[in-house]
Design a protein around this ligand. Structure first.
Ligand SMILES: O=C(O)c1cc(=O)[nH]c(=O)n1[C@@H]1O[C@H](COP(=O)(O)O)[C@@H](O)[C@H]1O
Length: 238
């Protein structure tokens, strides 16, 4: 079950991230490297995690013209990561380009395997009002997420990032093999902070999430190891 927990290493430097990783030693969770850590510590830290045996999700949320995303996906795949993401809002041509870039890297290097390529739908910090009034997408968040999920599937991607609240609708639209990666996870009693569409770890797993992404409830805990173990227990009992 711990393999379905992705810990978001949102830290300003390698030293702080390394210390959190050390505190979780022996727990076979996925490690997620996002913009803050990657822009500071770069590819070397990703390789360090791979050398330690971790599965790595490189969360850089690419959103650019297809040619640029194809190149980005090629470079990311050469780092040997297990998963990376792009924004579904970039459209199917961009998502296809991400897949092609990753495939080209694998074809040129037989030691690599194709990473899971995942499309971000609506950020879990976005609520209904923001989506309708600011972003300008009408209808429910669930409908918008499902529409993006269908586009991602059509483009040959392996799954989506969404809130656990939308997992059932995504599964109905895209089937059981299509991965759902769900941030917006808050253990009972912990603060939502900037997240808008949240569920507990147990609710997310019971609802069918393939992976749950957890950052501050672990990284900001007084005892991160205990917090992670608690979450894994809750996942197992779900
Ligand atoms: O792609 C992501 O990982 C992501 C997408 C999304 O819609 N919402 C979201 O919170 N995330 C990431 O998931 C993590 C959630 O962290 P916490 O809110 O601290 O648990 C952060 O690293 C976010 O960048």
């Amino acid at each position: 079950m711990a393999e379905r927990l992705m810990v978001a290493l949102d830290f300003p430097n390698a030293e702080k991230a390394r210390s959190l990783v050390a505190s979780l030693q022996g727990i076979p969770c996925y490690m997620k490297v996002g913009m803050q850590l990657f822009y500071a510590a770069g590819p070397d830290f990703v390789r360090e995690l791979k050398d330690k045996g971790y599965s790595v999700f490189l969360d850089l949320k690419m959103h650019d013209i297809p040619n640029t995303v194809r190149g980005g996906a090629d470079s990311i795949t050469r780092l040997g990561v297990d998963m990376f993401n792009v924004h579904a809002a970039g459209g199917t041509a961009m998502m296809r380009a991400a897949r092609e870039g990753a495939q080209e890297a694998v074809e040129e290097n037989s030691s690599l395997s194709l990473p899971l390529i995942i499309a971000v739908t609506q950020l879990t910090s976005t609520d209904q009002r923001t989506m309708n009034e600011e972003i300008g997408i009408q209808g429910s968040v669930e409908a918008a997420v499902v529409r993006y999920a269908r586009l991602a599937e059509e483009a040959g991607l392996h799954g989506v990032v969404a809130s656990p609240l939308e997992v059932q609708a995504i599964r109905e639209a895209c089937g059981p093999d299509f991965r759902t990666v769900t941030p917006g996870i808050r253990p009972a009693g912990s603060s939502a902070l900037d997240q808008a569409r949240i569920l507990t770890p147990g609710q997310a797993i019971a609802g069918g999430s393939s992976y749950i992404v957890v950052g501050r409830p672990i990284t900001g805990a007084a005892d991160p190891r205990e917090a992670a173990q608690h979450i894994i227990e809750e996942m197992m009992n779900a």
